[in-house]
Design a protein around this ligand. Sequence first.
Ligand code: MEV
Length: 491
Amino acid sequence: MKKVSVSAPGKLMLLGEHAVVYDRPCIVTAVDQRLIVKIEKTSKGRFEFESSDVNISNHSKYLTEIGTGEIPRGAKFVELAIKNTYDKFGLKEGLKIKTKSEFSPLYGFGSSSASTVSVIKGLSELFKLRLSDRDIFDLAYKTILDVQKIGSGFDIAAAIWGGTIFFTKGAEIVEPLISETQSEYVIGYSGVKADTASLVRDIKNKLDNNQKKVNRIFDAIAKIVNEAKERFVEGDWERVGKLMNFNQEYLRNLGVSTQKIEDMIYAAKKAGAYGAKLSGAGGGDCMIAIVGSKVKKKVESAITAAGGEVMDIKISAPGVRVETSDDPKELFIVINEDDKVLDFKTRYDCHHDKSFIHRTVGILIYNQKGELLLQKRSSTKDMDSGLWAISAAGHVIKGQTYDEAMRRELKEELGISIPIKRIKKFISKSKNETEMAVLYEGYSDGPFKINPEETEKIEFYSLRKLKFFVESNILKIAPDSVNTLKEAEII
Ligand code: MEV
């Protein structure tokens, strides 16, 4: 693979800022504005960087010099992310990198953390490093600390895992929060760019000067965040709003709010918001109000009238992902419901548009006892990582027939070549994709040779045990494998 394009979301702190730097929890959400990084291998032995968002047209140096000498502000995170990953894995190849942001770096949406995470994920893909989300966090967090010395890493976690998460410093705890109902938010920008690092330093001075008082505030914020976590999952938005108000009082007490932000918060609450607070380090930047859908427009107008800029942003966006690569294996065959070829599309397109029906194969391997072989997908896979799946499966790529794809998957995933029977063809629909699946069946007691890039482990299950494990949710099965097991009348 020579080049890859990766994107990661920005973030918004919902509750718990500052206290999270001192080991209390926070709740952070990923926003639907992304930073895109294009990385290309070169033979020049140089690191070349370009980003119009931060006015860098050509920052270039020999790889042996990265991390040293002159580094423009806008290139710091990318350069150090590369240095840390190159040092750790002994990489040497030249790189050309371009970043493009969907959001202005003015807003504190976390363009540095999104670019750091995207670069490391991109290097993992290009050099087949097979980094897990946790590995990416550790490298990205080190990079952030190298540059700004202090920080909880909450922004990196949002960029990696996406969604809304309950988080503690260094990703000791990363807990996805999924609520039963949808909430509405209004986000307002104060027009004042804040300097996170100096605000975090101010709080550190306050803590050093008055440990007792500041720790008491942090403990109170932690209590608020812990309760908000429960209310968020229940979808009790009125109470979440109240908790945001309490959190804001403590932030005001810490001295990080501004008059403009206070005015916007006051206007939002007066217009009927359940609650509102600043978001991020304070010192200006953004505020966030939680509202019922009926008053949303009114709250938006009130924030605008108070001098804020309302931003159209959705929360709980997906985490880091590979957008495209030049890997020919990525081109899938798009067909109609009669299996007639219409087009060729990338893996990314096929996995993000249910109208692109694409061809796949599924293989069920039984042993002499009639038990079915299942595989646990490795934690580094882009889809269904860590979930259990049928014996082998894969996409039919451009230029391949179903049977050729089946033979390739058997060899790549299980290291076997055996006689196989075609059982049926069916359309399999899941949340994000539609597949035309051909199902095969064969018999083998092994030996099998698994590919750790794809598969963590394999195990035979009797059909009764499998049915019981699936029904009682002891085995978590990938959605397309659930469809296949149903089609094969196993569950
Ligand atoms: C900044 O947006 C949030 C802080 O809590 C800093 C951090 O957690 O790294 C102030």
